[in-house]
Design a protein around this ligand. Structure first.
Ligand SMILES: Cc1ncc(COP(=O)(O)O)c(C=O)c1O
Length: 366
């Protein structure tokens, strides 16, 4: 047989970048002969304080019901989200992680004639959604680790269908100026859909309220996730809000039961878990201060963060990444994002932060 599956594949598939997740603990344990219980993962911006206890209790109580399909329309969750945001339930799309919402936006609105603008070093899923649709990527440089709104506006053409902006940015941890972002949103022509990915927005008060512009009919959608603040990354649940029309179109594209039953139950309960939210925000703010002080003591530069992770500048970061693994600390190398001298570090618990800083001190001979 000389014909390969690759030759038979949809031609866009071979052009797609492969999403590289943070290395799982079990891989690193096997690779370096370490005890998995002694490894700390600070690589995927997960919640180091665990999951919302209320969410876990709610899921435990419903497990006997998993012989049934979930509510494909996520009615209860969308009702609750509508109250939270003071919008209509029909303005919410619930997805298998916000990642799914981003992919379905691409499937719903992009085709090979379209151009899609996003930051050159932005979250890689925008590129994947673009390429999968056969659309043209228009990456815009991100000077000083920031989204360059002026350059993005200048890149808009008659063919631009979508712009992805992460706010706060991942992997940079920076935010756009709220007024500038609103002015940017208002300046866009009506054939452009502006996607604001707010996966980390709960960690800052610097993101603007986009609902008034959505109410005016501006083509803006916002994505949010339960993976970070609420600690539900393993359940895979996130959402998008925008106009009823956008949501209606996206609902045609999604699987009938795209968001699973335990995830919906967990998300509903997590929204009412103020205590866990406050524990996480407080712990994160303390962790950020600890890491700033620790990096400064080691003479390392970092990018000030508005999120639960940060970029730290280290010469030969790829080597340091491997050395950290040997010390049982998993972080994220940034070479794939064109930043070979940076590591991205998720803010951890006090113990995890101390492990990272101690390991770095040893590795860097400081
Ligand atoms: C910027 C950004 N957007 C979206 C996501 C997807 O999150 P999830 O699919 O877990 O909701 C992530 C996950 O790391 C992210 O960093």
């Amino acid at each position: 047989m000389s014909l390969s599956y690759t030759e038979l594949a949809n031609s866009v598939v071979t052009k797609m970048p492969v999403y590289e997740p943070g290395k799982p603990i079990e891989y690193v344990a096997r690779e370096f002969g370490l005890d998995p219980n002694d490894i700390v993962k600070m690589a995927s911006n997960e919640n180091p304080f665990g999951a919302s206890p209320k969410a876990l209790a709610a899921v435990r109580a419903m497990l006997d019901g998993v012989n049934m399909y979930p509510d494909g329309a996520s009615i209860e969750l969308r009702d609750r989200l509508a109250k939270l945001w003071d919008l209509k339930p029909s303005q919410f799309f619930v997805g298998n992680g916000s990642n799914e919402a981003l992919m379905i936006l691409g499937q719903t609105f992009l085709n090979p004639d379209c151009e899609v603008i996003y930051g050159e070093q932005a979250f890689v899923v925008y590129k994947i959604a673009t390429i999968l649709a056969g659309a043209k990527s228009v990456p815009v440089p991100m000077p000083n680790f920031q989204t360059d709104l002026k350059a993005m506006r200048a890149a808009v053409t008659d063919k631009t269908r979508m712009i992805f902006i992460t706010n706060p940015n991942n992997p940079q941890g920076t935010v756009s100026d709220p007024d500038e972002l609103l002015a940017f949103a208002e300046s866009l022509p009506e054939h452009v859909i502006l996607v604001i990915d707010e996966a980390y927005a709960e960690f800052t008060d610097k993101t603007p309220d986009l609902r008034p512009l959505i109410a005016q009919g501006r083509k803006i959608v916002v994505t949010r996730t339960f993976s970070k603040l609420y600690g539900l990354a393993g359940f895979r649940i996130g959402y998008l809000f925008g106009s009823e029309e956008v949501v209606g179109l996206m609902n045609r594209v999604r699987q009938p039961f795209n968001s699973n039953l335990p995830a919906q139950v967990a998300a509903l309960a997590a929204l009412d878990d103020r205590e866990f939210v406050e524990t996480t925000l407080r712990g994160n703010a303390e962790g950020v201060k600890t890491l700033y002080a620790g990096f400064e003591a080691l003479g390392l530069k970092y990018v000030p963060t508005h999120t639960n992770f940060m970029l730290v500048e280290i010469e030969d970061a790829g080597k340091v990444f491997v050395e950290l693994e040997k010390h049982g600390v998993i972080v994220r190398p940034m070479k794939g994002y064109g930043m070979p001298n940076h590591l991205r570090v998720t803010v951890g618990t006090p113990e995890q932060n101390a492990r990272l800083l101690t390991a770095l001190k040893t590795i860097l001979n400081k």
